[in-house]
Design a protein around this ligand. Structure first.
Ligand code: NPQ
Ligand code: MG
Length: 358
């Protein structure tokens, strides 16, 4: 799907989103899941072709072999495969969607949503120059977004952050995301971000290096928030206990599914660690589930749950439209959105793979 504007981060520039969708066909009805993996393994080790392959070769056969399953059983059925959390998440979500559509329950109800709509932020890519950055940010403010997140990297940090802070004024919620672009040699430099009253700095260092984040958190006033590093509840608790992170970005795809995402939320709530819902340029299918997740009580900061038109001119479901800086949690059964199957059919890049029980 073409993006409405290129999205540049410290790991590259995207002009389109290649989306892997999972559809499960059950005797109780169908369900859909969206895999958040990118076309290339540059944000995580997973990527679209790899996910499609592990689903086709291992996950789907195991699920079909298991016979009657509920969404809560899926993770244990797929547990024999190491890693591949994004692929597993897409499969589990599709099963959950089918299950909840059949029982007339929404994702929001099933997850434990406590609000009918969620506060939304927007993630702003690295721009060609400061003027275009400011113009883009001004547009999002105009649209009503309640929080701005700037992508940063060495060479694109203090100046853009200072300029956007000046544009927004001192009260506005502003945060930055480095997507692992820095090293511990940059700690003194990153301390200069303290001048801009940021809500948080997200994932400055490589995902495996919790210790480096501990060192930064000790050196800086700006709260450190982990994204890529948090692959599950155990890592989340460990990172919190070591004071590597005081806020957590929760992405269901990154942690193996919404059920694990809820367990991380619960662990954070118990420890008074605020969480917010990350985004992976999802279509309406993934967006619907993210918005439901973001309605849980511990999600006290606006997420990267932006409106459909932030990324796409046309969505694969009904559009998510920002109203007063918020998106409504879908109330219908399952994800609550209707997949525009004719559009999926028209846009798909290869024949649908039907995987059936042997
Ligand atoms: C993050 N997301 O928080 C990610 C990274 C990201 C909204 O900033 C294609 C697919 C391009 C997934 C670019 C946001 C992407 C992508 C960035 C995810 O780190
Ligand atoms: Mg991030």
């Amino acid at each position: 799907m073409p993006l409405v504007r290129p999205f540049e981060t410290s790991f590259g520039r995207q002009t389109a989103r290649e989306v892997l969708l999972v559809r499960v066909i059950t005797d109780a009805g169908d369900g859909w899941g969206e895999c958040v993996a990118m076309a290339d393994p540059v944000y995580s080790s997973e990527y679209v072709e790899g996910c499609a392959d592990v689903i086709r070769s291992y996950l789907a056969p195991a699920l079909l072999e298991a016979g009657t399953v509920r969404a809560a059983d899926v993770a244990s059925v797929l547990d024999f495969v190491i890693g591949h959390r994004m692929a597993k998440a897409a499969v589990e979500t599709a099963v959950l969607d089918a299950q909840l559509r059949a029982s007339g329950t929404s994702f929001g109800e099933y997850f434990g949503a406590v609000r009918p709509e969620v506060d939304c932020g927007v993630s702003v890519g690295i721009a060609p120059d400061l003027d275009s950055l400011l113009a883009e940010v001004a547009g999002y403010v105009e649209e009503g977004y309640r929080r701005i997140k700037l992508k940063i990297k060495p060479g694109w940090d203090l100046l853009p952050v200072a300029a956007v802070r000046a544009l927004l004024g001192p009260e506005a919620l502003l945060q930055v995301d480095a997507n692992t672009a820095y090293t511990i040699a940059d700690i003194d430099h990153l301390r200069e971000l303290d001048a801009f009253g940021l809500l948080l700095i997200e994932q400055p260092f490589v995902e495996e290096d919790i210790a480096a984040h501990v060192r930064l958190a000790r050196a800086i006033d700006t709260p450190v928030c982990l994204d890529e590093s948090i692959t599950g509840t155990r890592v989340a608790i460990d990172a919190i206990e070591r004071d590597a992170t005081s806020i957590i970005n929760i992405k269901a795809g990154r942690v193996g599914g919404y059920l694990e995402a809820i367990r991380i939320h619960d662990a954070c709530l118990e420890r008074d660690v605020p969480v917010w819902c990350g985004g992976m340029l999802e279509t309406g299918i993934g967006r619907a589930a993210n918005v439901a997740l973001a309605a849980l009580p511990g999600f006290t900061l606006p997420g990267d749950t932006s409106a459909s038109n932030r990324y796409f001119a046309e969505d694969l479901t009904e559009s998510f439209v920002l109203v007063d800086g918020r998106l409504a949690v879908p109330a219908g059964p399952g994800s609550g959105v209707t997949v525009r199957t004719e559009l999926v059919e028209e846009w798909k890049s290869r024949p649908t793979q039907l995987i059936t029980r042997a």
